[in-house]
Design a protein around this ligand. Sequence first.
Ligand code: SF4
Ligand code: SF4
Length: 183
Amino acid sequence: MPVTDCPEEIQASVAKVKEMVRSCIQCGTCSASCPNAEFMDITPRQMWRMVLTDRLDLLFASRSFTMCSSCYWCTLRCPRGLELTRAMGELKQIGARLKLGNSKKSDLFYRLFLDNVRQYGRVREVELMGRYFLGMRNPMAPLSYAPLGISLLKKGKIKPELPGRGPGKLADLFEAVQHQEGI
Ligand code: SF4
Ligand code: SF4
């Protein structure tokens, strides 16, 4: 996907990320520091190289940026003082705006997670995962989570609950923040 084929707002976001990582010296400290690197198909260091060489096709075919948990460890340790966590966040937003496959799943999860918190004031895991599986429209998806779910149920870490009714406990707070942020 050449950058020039993307909508203007995406091109501007990519340019912003490029600027953020322009002085990367490819030392690999970010990759070595990242606690989620083992779950990534390309390393953070490789991602910055792809950004700087305009290989968005490779970058957005990867799911690495969706695995970033914003722990800021790479940002703290980068010898060039680059704002890597912010750059990862920007890539997540580009992925969501382009509705890319890898971003769609995490976008769906974040949205349902927030809806759950808005409704109950806390996360009700069983309902959240139920809605997530329905949203993924993949009947095989629950199977990979089944062993973990059964183990958590046995240990009493989660318990099935009926979906609640009525207005969300934090609805007013969410509304106030949306108003404040102009979204
Ligand atoms: S730690 Fe900083 S300089 Fe080193 S590879 Fe990562 S982004 Fe580049
Ligand atoms: S902020 Fe993201 S990319 Fe950086 S170390 Fe943490 S998880 Fe890894």
